[in-house]
Ligand binder design. Structure first.
Ligand code: HEC
Ligand code: HEC
Ligand code: HEC
Ligand code: HEC
Ligand code: HEC
Ligand code: HEC
Ligand code: HEC
Ligand code: HEC
Ligand code: HEC
Length: 387
């Protein structure tokens, strides 16, 4: 088991320098600790060592009754030893501040949830930032409204087994941790998870691709906002554009980064953009990315069965807001294509025509006016000479 190194050497020093005192402490410790425990108290702060607690707590199948529920009290020493807390020399007693001895103080809580609700406060000592962030999130709001199923720190991070998730040198979330995020949320959001895992993003993540968005890229982690607000809805294009506007990322998958530009340029995008600038946070009724693509169920547009590149699939999306739309309605939208000889050739050639027609006509007129002025000046000067 991991010990705080400086403490142990100080213990040894004391032991060597003052053998009498050392022996006294040893004897005292053996008296209070059970026979199989290795009696080592941390001298500094008087907190019992992890070995002391684990000597009893590694025993299998020990439980404590809380009301009608059973609290299992077995802690696996190997798993605990691999946890980030053990590796950072955090002591059992740093979190369990009320326990230093056996028998333990009486537990007042009458069920498992109440037991956790009280114990979780321990995290705040060392993780102030996450605590403060969580205060503003939807989960805390649900909890405050009396929904005790909303997650506590310990529902997502088992304090006894939690591994390191942020690379020490990179400061970034590790790849393994990133892949596991959806399954953390899935404990409670099973329906969303089941849809997400079959989406183009979720299935790529399951195959080990961490370029795709997980739950927390779109929702945040400790301060998850309400996704049903108008602000969140109007902000969807920016959310998707975070990646879909990134050439370096998208070129790997051969996906066009024109999607945002063409979206903003079309009637829906223009309206949404202008609207959000002038009336932030108010409902806008035009289509955002998710109205056509979905959110948790985003698929490949060219999927032969469900893909929205198929006009009949796209039509059902349009009909939600354009109830009268018929089979050829989606063709009114140029999609993410910029007009080209292959896609929307008529629009392309009309654009092209105007590109040349307008400069030619305007240029011709200006040329005509200028030469006319010149002609008149020359004529007048000639007239003056003759007169
Ligand atoms: C002599 C054996 C023994 C030692 C040493 C011991 N425990 Fe326990 N602990 C138990 C038993 C048995 C239970 C089950 C309920 C009971 O009898 O109190 C328990 C229950 C618990 C519980 C759950 C109930 C509660 O009181 O909250 C926690 C947490 C706990 N121990 C933490 C610790 C920590 C931390 C240490 C070290 C400082 C420690 N224990 C040392 C035997 C021990
Ligand atoms: C990082 C803080 C932290 C550390 C370190 C820690 N615990 Fe806990 N422990 C908790 C919290 C919080 C709970 C409350 C239960 C919950 O919400 O899961 C808990 C619950 C328990 C329980 C009740 C059963 C359970 O799993 O819920 C026991 C027993 C226990 N701890 C023993 C220990 C022992 C023994 C050690 C050291 C080997 C230890 N704990 C280290 C935070 C910690
Ligand atoms: C006594 C201080 C202390 C307490 C109390 C504590 N932690 Fe930690 N925790 C740490 C330290 C130190 C680290 C390592 C962080 C680092 O290196 O940046 C850590 C790491 C973590 C990590 C992994 C972060 C990473 O950088 O990989 C999580 C998650 C975590 N703790 C959750 C909890 C939870 C949940 C609780 C309450 C049950 C808790 N901690 C209580 C000290 C503590
Ligand atoms: C709903 C699940 C959930 C809850 C509740 C939760 N966390 Fe986290 N936490 C995560 C996930 C997932 C990550 C990985 C970070 C990411 O996705 O960016 C994380 C990351 C962390 C980290 C690593 C540093 C960081 O901020 O990224 C720490 C430390 C941490 N959590 C502590 C806590 C503490 C303390 C609480 C309670 C106030 C808590 N967490 C509540 C899911 C949760
Ligand atoms: C322990 C259960 C639990 C876990 C784990 C959990 N949630 Fe929640 N979540 C809830 C509860 C309960 C609510 C509030 C009730 C509701 O609206 O469904 C909620 C609400 C939400 C909402 C707001 C829903 C709405 O309609 O307003 C979002 C978004 C959300 N959670 C995302 C996440 C994400 C992302 C994760 C993983 C990082 C996660 N949750 C993990 C229980 C959980
Ligand atoms: C690509 C971004 C994205 C990803 C990835 C994502 N979400 Fe969402 N989520 C959204 C958007 C946008 C909404 C709002 C949907 C709407 O307007 O109807 C939403 C809504 C929600 C809601 C509330 C409404 C509902 O459908 O129940 C919950 C809960 C939720 N998400 C949880 C999750 C969880 C859990 C995951 C991971 C398994 C996840 N989300 C992954 C963007 C995302
Ligand atoms: C964190 C980055 C990220 C975010 C945010 C993101 N995506 Fe993606 N998306 C990807 C990556 C990477 C792929 C390629 C996955 C693959 O092919 O394996 C992809 C694939 C797609 C595809 C399939 C394209 C094709 O032709 O195969 C569509 C459609 C899509 N995303 C739409 C969206 C929408 C809509 C949003 C916003 C709600 C969004 N994405 C948010 C990274 C992201
Ligand atoms: C009005 C419906 C609609 C809206 C709004 C919409 N899309 Fe699309 N999207 C489509 C259709 C249809 C296709 C398939 C044909 C095509 O490329 O035009 C597609 C294709 C895509 C592709 C695949 C491109 C490729 O190269 O494979 C991505 C990625 C994408 N959209 C992302 C987005 C993003 C991000 C937004 C918001 C900024 C958005 N879409 C808004 C309907 C829409
Ligand atoms: C979420 C609702 C919504 C969806 C889904 C939607 N539209 Fe629209 N669309 C609107 C609104 C609202 C306007 C009016 C915008 C304005 O006046 O600025 C509009 C305007 C238009 C216009 C401009 C002409 C007109 O009638 O004002 C066309 C063309 C159009 N949409 C085509 C489509 C097509 C094609 C689809 C399906 C691929 C689609 N829309 C999906 C809400 C939607």
């Amino acid at each position: 088991m991991h010990q705080r190194k400086p403490h142990r050497s100080r213990f040894m020093q004391t032991f060597l320098l003052f053998p009498g005192l050392g022996l006294f402490i040893f004897a005292l410790a053996s008296l209070i600790t059970p026979a199989q425990a290795s009696p080592q108290y941390q001298q500094d702060d008087n907190k019992p060592s992890n070995d002391f607690c684990l000597a009893c707590h590694q025993q299998q199948d020990v439980t404590k009754k809380l009301g009608n529920e059973l609290l299992p009290v077995t802690i696996n020493p190997t798993q605990f030893g691999l946890s980030v807390h053990a590796q950072e020399s955090v002591l059992c007693a740093d979190c369990h501040t009320d326990i230093s001895d056996y028998p333990h103080p009486t537990v007042k809580e009458k069920n498992l949830r109440d037991y956790s609700l009280v114990r979780v406060e321990a995290c705040q000592q060392c993780h102030e930032d996450q605590f403060a962030a969580a205060h503003d999130g939807v989960h805390q709001a649900a909890m405050d409204a009396g929904n005790e199923n909303a997650p506590l720190c310990t529902d997502c991070h088992n304090p006894h087994t939690q591994g390191r998730i942020v690379g020490q040198s990179s400061g970034q979330l590790t790849i393994t941790a990133r892949k596991e995020i959806p399954s953390i949320c899935a404990q409670c959001h099973t329906e969303v998870y089941d849809v997400y895992k079959n989406s183009v993003h979720g299935s790529a993540l399951a195959d080990g691709n961490t370029d795709v968005p997980t739950c927390t890229d779109c929702h945040g982690v400790h301060n998850i906002g309400d996704p049903t607000t108008d602000t969140f809805h109007n902000n969807t294009p920016a959310l998707c554009a975070d990646c879909h506007d990134n050439d370096e990322l998208m070129v790997k998958y051969g996906i066009s980064t024109n999607v945002l530009k063409t979206y903003v340029a079309d009637f829906h995008g223009t309206t949404t953009t202008l609207f959000e600038q002038q009336f932030p946070g108010q409902p806008v009724n035009t289509a955002v990315c998710s109205d056509c693509h979905g959110v948790h169920d985003i698929g490949r547009p060219d999927d032969p069965n469900t893909g929205i590149a198929m006009q009949e699939n796209l039509l059902t999306k349009c009909q939600r807001c354009h109830p009268g739309a018929t089979a050829n309605f989606p063709a009114a939208w140029m999609g993410h294509y910029e007009p080209s000889p292959e896609h929307y050739p008529i629009v392309y050639y009309v654009n092209l025509f105007y590109k040349f027609f307008i400069p030619t006509v305007l240029g011709g007129m200006i040329f005509f006016v200028l030469t006319d002025i010149y002609r008149r000046i020359v004529n007048r000067m000639k007239g003056q000479k003759h007169a």
